[in-house]
Design a protein. Structure first.
Length: 156
C-alpha cells in the first residue's frame, strides 16, 4: 500500500514479513506479520475469517459515521467488526461494502491506543496477475531500519 496523505508512506508485505517505510523519517520498520489472520493487513490479503475472528454488526451509514446519517439506497453498507480474541493489533475495524458488487471499497480501523486509520479503495480490478516483486522491499541506502522482535523480522 502506498499512502500519500497525511504523509507519504509505503507498506509492503509478503505474507510473513512486513516493511513500513516513511521517507520523511528516513526510516523502515521491518518485522513479522504477527497477530494472526485477524490483523487488518492479513484480512485484506484474504486470510481472515469474518465469522470466526470477529463479532459482526451491520451499520447504516458510510465510512465516516455521523449521528444524523441515514442509510439510502445505493450507499455503501458498513460492517462493524470487533475482534473476538486478544492480539489482533486493533480495537475495532469497519468495512465499507458496495451494495451491488459486495466489493470492499473502504476500511477503517482503530488501534488499541485509539489511533484511527482510514483507507479508500478505488479503481478496483479483480483477477489480474501481479509481479512477485511488488511484495518485496529493498531498503534504500542510508535509511535506518528498526526491526521488530519476532520471526520474519529480517529485512532486505
Amino acid at each position: 500500500m502506498e499512502y500519500t496523505e497525511p504523509e507519504k508512506q509505503l507498506i509492503v508485505a509478503d505474507g510473513s514479513r512486513l516493511w513500513v517505510y516513511t521517507p520523511r523519517l528516513n526510516q523502515v520498520i521491518a518485522g513479522g506479520m504477527a497477530g494472526g489472520p485477524s490483523t487488518p493487513f492479513l484480512f485484506l490479503a484474504g486470510k481472515g475469517d469474518l465469522r470466526k475472528s470477529f463479532e459482526l454488526k451491520v451499520e447504516e451509514y458510510g465510512l465516516l459515521p455521523r449521528p444524523d446519517a441515514v442509510w439510502k439506497a445505493g450507499q455503501p453498507h458498513r460492517l462493524s467488526l470487533r475482534p473476538r480474541g486478544a492480539g489482533a493489533g486493533f480495537a475495532r475495524m469497519w468495512l465499507e461494502v458496495d451494495p451491488q458488487s459486495f466489493q470492499i471499497t473502504g476500511l477503517e480501523y482503530a488501534d488499541p491506543l485509539g489511533n484511527l486509520s482510514r483507507m479508500r479503495f478505488m479503481q478496483i480490478r479483480e483477477g489480474g496477475e501481479l509481479p512477485a516483486s511488488l511484495f518485496q522491499f529493498q531498503v534504500p541506502d542510508g535509511v535506518e531500519v528498526l526491526r521488530l522482535p519476532g520471526a520474519g523480522s529480517q529485512g532486505r
